[in-house]
Design a protein around this ligand. Structure first.
Ligand code: 13P
Ligand code: SF4
Length: 343
């Protein structure tokens, strides 16, 4: 054990059941070894309800901690080691712009239901709660999009157009019924004529990391290494997901690697901390697991062992994440709809 490791563990022991540490799969091994629970964004959101701890330290990015803060019980404090660890894709959909665009779309007389990927701010989730919509994660996007389509005339899916397209492909929604919308000028640049015919209106956001995987990388790899399998996160483009052998949330990717036979060679198109952990975990079983391209999420990397120690050292005096009562109320409506539908 390193001195840093020891100090964190002794603080965890001191807090005992008053503290719970949650971590997303993209966190580094140095952080992950201190968490009580590791999961994908759906699993982490589900975990909050059953946590008795007074302090919940969330190692991930801000939107994940915000969901925890919205779902926390009264008096429970949600903390993040780095307040500036945000998700750039979530930042591509500011709440005021989402509300403006949704209002502009509804002015055409159609009931447009907002469905936000969980990678969005608590304020955006509150807009979804207020306007009859909900939230989804990459693990339940198909079920939630199907649900949202049944609630109105069309769905505004945001902020990830790739997840929107990939989920629409699973539901056989014709590309002619989808529209990537223009969100500039508070919705004044919307093509209302085209929007009226679309069942699925897609916000033009994407994850800069997952968007860097290319179909050609898979084709080149298959030529160089016959028999290789490729799995991808659905934040990758449609071309990558179609060319892969499977696609799904971080938990899906973990299960895929675990259930592959000994000797399997698997390229994984997602953040590299997770891929490296899977490679180490399954090496002894004779599986070769490697990143399709080595790409790290710099915001996930902002949480370090040093940062975690600093927070734990001052935890009782630390200011927890605080959302306005309105945002808590309405974002909870959206989040709880998802948790109920996908129970
Ligand atoms: P999961 O929902 O699969 O955990 O992914 C979250 C994320 O940020 C992927 O980039
Ligand atoms: Fe956001 Fe992409 Fe990082 Fe996930 S990997 S947290 S979507 S920037």
């Amino acid at each position: 054990m390193s001195p840093l490791d020891e100090r964190i563990e002794s603080l965890r022991a001191k807090f005992g059941t008053r503290l719970a540490i949650l971590g997303h799969h993209y966190q580094s091994d140095e952080v992950i070894r201190h968490v009580d629970f590791q999961g994908d964004s759906l699993e982490l959101a589900r975990k909050i309800d059953g946590l008795a701890a007074e302090h919940v330290v969330f190692c991930g990015v801000r939107f994940m901690a915000e969901s925890a803060a919205a779902l926390a019980r009264p008096g429970q404090k949600i903390h993040t080691p780095r307040a500036d660890a945000t998700c750039p894709m979530a930042d591509m959909a500011p709440a005021a712009r989402v509300e403006d665009v949704l209002t502009a779309l509804r002015e055409d007389g159609r009931l447009v239901i907002p469905l936000a990927y969980v990678n969005s701010s608590a304020e955006v989730k509150a807009v979804c709660g207020l306007y009859g919509g909900s939230v989804c994660t990459s693990a339940n996007a198909r079920v939630m999009l199907e649900w949202a389509l049944q609630q109105g005339d069309a769905v505004l899916f945001l902020p990830d157009k790739n997840l929107g397209h990939n989920t629409a492909n699973q539901l056989n929604i014709d590309p002619a019924e989808r529209l990537e919308i223009n969100i500039r000028d508070e919705g004044r640049r919307l093509d209302h004529k085209k929007a009226q015919y679309a069942r699925l209106l897609l916000w033009p956001g994407a994850c800069a990391i997952h968007h860097m995987f290319r179909k050609a990388q898979i084709q080149d790899l298959r030529r160089a290494r016959p028999g290789v399998r490729v799995v991808a996160h659905p934040e990758c483009s449609q071309g990558v997901v179609r060319a892969a052998d499977g696609a799904g949330s971080t938990s899906y990717l973990i299960k895929y690697c675990a259930s592959a036979p000994a000797g399997a060679k698997i390229a994984v198109a997602t953040e590299m901390n997770l891929v490296q952990r899977l490679a180490a975990r399954h090496k002894a079983e004779g599986k070769e697991i490697f990143p399709l391209k080595a790409l790290a999420c710099s915001n996930m990397a902002k949480t370090t062992e040093e940062g975690l120690l600093e927070l734990l050292t001052n935890l009782d005096a630390a200011t927890p994440l605080c959302l306005s009562p309105d945002v808590v109320e309405h974002s909870c409506v959206a989040l709880e709809r998802m948790l109920r539908i996908c129970a």
